[in-house]
Design a protein around this ligand. Sequence first.
Ligand code: NI
Length: 182
Amino acid sequence: MARLAILEYPDPRLRIRAEPVTKFDAEVQKLVADMLETMYAAPGIGLAATQVNVHKRILVCDVAIEGKQPYCLINPEIVHAEGQTNAEEGCLSVPEFYDYVDRAALIRVKAFDPQGRPFEFQADGLLAVCIQHEMDHLEGKLFVDYLSELKRERLRKKASKKAKRAQHDGSDTHVPSSVPVI
Ligand code: NI
């Protein structure tokens, strides 16, 4: 297994729409294992293949509070959605930035596992939020796209300041947060 590099906003490769997986082979299975390792190491609770610059419809997540309960969804599709929730989100591709986003409260999802077997399940709470956030990544969409122009302007300034700071002294400050980083 290997840890993969995570693309960060405003990298234009985060905007590429992912293609469906057609072959469930060893390459896909290795990618899933690497994505899980990368997500746990970050640490984050979800990761889409887009974020590691692989433009295939694959996502992993794990919202378990204790122990590990990994999910891997390939070619995921939301077949039913209801209700509304508004939770604070973060993203491994948008470090140190958090905000509230409206999502469906309950979803029914169809997907394939890494061996190509279809499955269907219902998710609510943080798992539902996480899956919707990751599925957006596969469309080239980021959670910050839902925010007001004013907030996005603030984010752009923050990102360019961070880039300058990293150029200047190579430092990258990290503020720990209790907000889920998806
Ligand atoms: Ni994300």
